[in-house]
Design a protein around this ligand. Structure first.
Ligand code: F6R
Length: 618
């Protein structure tokens, strides 16, 4: 999510660090910072900016050189976009400095404990607990006559952190040491002729080296300018292997993928893990949504939820409608934000508006919230961009935590939004009579979802590519789904329209007999979403109806469903899951199908014509 860089060696750490950081800027981070050891003044100096990496050079006086530096580009998660919240973060005396990518789940407990022991915090971030914790451990070790080294304290501190982290750590008292640690967040060591460069992304370091050592989860690397030691999760020194990266810097930006859209589809398992992480208590069948704590009572007493969003986020909202009505027993209405704000909605006591937005800057969604707030209605959000307009203007909310989405066509944001809506259904459902058993069941199935998405990506991609080629000449598509997967039909059609410029209509399968089936013939194929769920028989009937009119059918089916292999022309298989979660799986083949259809037609996949990533005008 965030970009981190560290350097130690004979080179100029400030210049190398800033140069590497610049290479991460294309992702559109919101702030940047650096900390480095100033030997002349015998202190660590830091600088932060909201204006981009070039500005950091200006702030710190570019002539400064240093043997060790850590740098960061931030995509805000805990705490808004501000210089104070930008990394690196320091301890009480400005000696120990940390740059972090990930989320420290137990930061509140640690902060409370450290505050009670006299530590002063200046930011709202989860990260700031790390330098203070290390400071506290070193102090304790010294007092007991134990090992006062930075490495020793960091190892002890890591044992107390829960959550995901890629960390780079430096200390004024040990300028000859740079520490890197990884747990569920990417981090690699680059071996250069002059020393070591650590980064969260290979993109950052390629100008300086293509020799890398990959760190595993639980690893802690202790680097000096001339050597490295890597300790595994069991604190054992482990052998490391050097690899060579073959990518050009341009290829590396996309992680070796030809387009951001494909990269972001492949990021979905991790994005889902990040969206869910720390938010489920499966054994108690509960969802923990800290961002809603302040409005919990009002949510408990809510009488109706009004979901507002645009485009892909609106389709996620439609899935949320079904989840909340079925699992939380609360009435829900979903509106396209541009309609909602102009249709003079009638609000009632107990209404809650839920805005869904990846960018948090969509003008119509922001306008819909303002309309509701003027009438005194509680507004909550599901937003990805921290500190964005919608995040600020809603009363409370849940962040998606999926990092920046660069491709104009939204993919990982959609699946994360649906996962968060499932969390929300458990959160609010359990307040309103959802049984422990149901809460547990949803929580357990939701936890498995990232692996199931990964499984689809492992098994289906080549086949989807071939099928996209097979249907290359088709000028029209119908996407059909029912119940939870009606909105997936709408989203599948939108993806094909916006990336491949192919006419596609998403239709509720029950509606085709009321008109649309007239269009079906051998040149008008249908994509039919038919997992084994409560409407499976009806969807099988739809497939038969389309085939009877010579329409070709691509079915999305549950693994093991041989009947649909017979009934349809082509099948994309997805694993079995709970019915309410099938949209997260069913949409993956449709995203890939649209992607390959666009590539085959030679389009600029990441920047479709006439579209912008965030629609900040009405
Ligand atoms: C489609 C797409 C758009 C957005 C819509 C809302 O792939 O990206 O339909 O979903 O413009 O954007 P956000 O979620 O930023 O409010």
């Amino acid at each position: 999510m965030c970009g981190i860089v560290g350097y130690i060696g004979k080179g100029d750490a400030v210049a190398i660090g800033l140069d590497c950081l610049k290479r991460l800027e294309y992702r559109g981070y919101d702030s940047a910072g650096i900390a480095f050891f100033d030997a002349e003044e015998n202190r660590v100096r830091s600088a932060k900016t909201l204006k981009g990496v070039a500005d950091l050079g200006r702030v710190i006086d570019e002539k400064k050189t240093s043997p060790v530096a850590i740098c960061h580009t931030r995509w805000a998660t805990h705490g808004g976009v501000s210089e104070i919240n930008a990394h690196p973060h320091g301890d009480c005396h400005g000696e120990i400095w940390v740059a972090h990518n990930g989320i420290i789940e137990n930061y509140k407990e640690l902060k409370k404990w450290l505050t009670a022991r006299g530590h002063t915090f200046v930011s709202e971030t989860d990260t700031e607990v790390v330098p203070h914790l290390i400071e506290e451990i070193i102090k304790g070790n010294k007092a007991r006559g134990g090992n006062p080294s930075l490495a020793h304290a960091v190892r002890e501190a890591l044992g107390q952190l829960k959550g995901a982290y890629g960390l780079v750590i430096m200390d004024k008292t040990h300028p000859e040491t740079l520490i890197a640690a990884r747990n569920f967040s990417p981090l690699l060591l680059g071996v250069t002729d002059s020393g070591y460069v650590v980064a969260s992304d290979a993109t950052a370091i390629l100008k300086h080296t293509n020799r890398v050592i990959y760190l595993d989860d639980g690893d802690m690397a202790v680097l000096t300018g001339t050597g490295h030691e890597v300790y595994d999760v069991g604190k054992n020194l482990r052998e490391t292997t050097e690899h060579t990266i073959e990518w050009s810097p341009e290829e590396a930006e996309k992680g070796g993928y030809p387009h951001f859209m494909l990269k972001e589809i492949f990021e979905e398992p991790d994005a889902l893990k990040n969206a869910i992480r720390g938010r489920l208590v499966p054994q108690e069948g509960l969802a923990k949504l800290g961002g809603l704590a302040d409005v919990e009572e009002r949510l408990r007493n809510a009488k109706r939820i009004l979901i507002v969003a645009c485009g892909t986020a609106y389709y996620a909202g439609k899935i949320g409608e079904y989840m909340l009505e079925e699992y939380a027993g609360i009435p829900v209405e979903v509106d396209v934000a541009s309609e909602f704000r102009y249709r003079k909605p009638v609000f009632q006591e107990g209404d809650v508006v839920l805005a869904i937005s990846q960018s948090g800057e969509t003008a119509d969604t922001a306008g819909a919230i303002r309309e509701a707030k003027e009438k005194g209605v509680l507004c909550v959000g599901i937003v990805n961009a921290v500190g964005s307009t919608i995040a600020r203007e809603t009363d409370a909310g849940v962040y998606a935590h999926i990092g920046p989405e660069i491709s104009v066509a939204s993919t990982k944001a959609f699946t994360a939004q649906v996962a968060i809506l499932a969390l929300f259904a458990v959160y609010i459902g359990r307040m309103r009579g959802m049984s422990l058993a149901t809460g547990k069941r949803v929580a357990e199935e939701l936890q498995k979802i990232p692996e199931l998405v990964a499984h689809i990506l492992e098994t289906q991609v080549e086949h989807i590519k071939e099928v996209a080629e097979k249907y290359r000449e088709a000028k029209n598509f119908m996407f059909l789904g029912r119940k939870y997967n009606y909105a997936v039909a709408l989203e599948g059609a939108l993806k094909l329209k916006e990336t491949a410029y192919v006419h596609a209509e998403g239709i509720s399968a029950g509606e085709i007999k009321h008109g649309p089936i007239a269009m079906i013939d051998k040149d008008f194929p249908a994509v039919v979403i038919a997992p084994k769920d409560s409407v499976y028989e009806k969807m099988a009937g739809t497939i038969a109806e389309v085939r009877a009119r010579e329409g070709r059918v691509i079915a999305i089916a549950t693994e093991g469903d041989e009947a649909l292999r017979e009934a349809a022309d082509d099948v994309f298989y997805i694993p079995k899951t709970l019915e309410m979660l099938t949209p997260i799986l069913a949409v993956i083949p449709l995203q890939l199908f649209a992607y390959y259809a666009a590539v085959l037609r030679g389009h600029n996949v990441d920047r479709p014509r006439n579209l912008a990533k965030s629609v900040t005008v009405e």
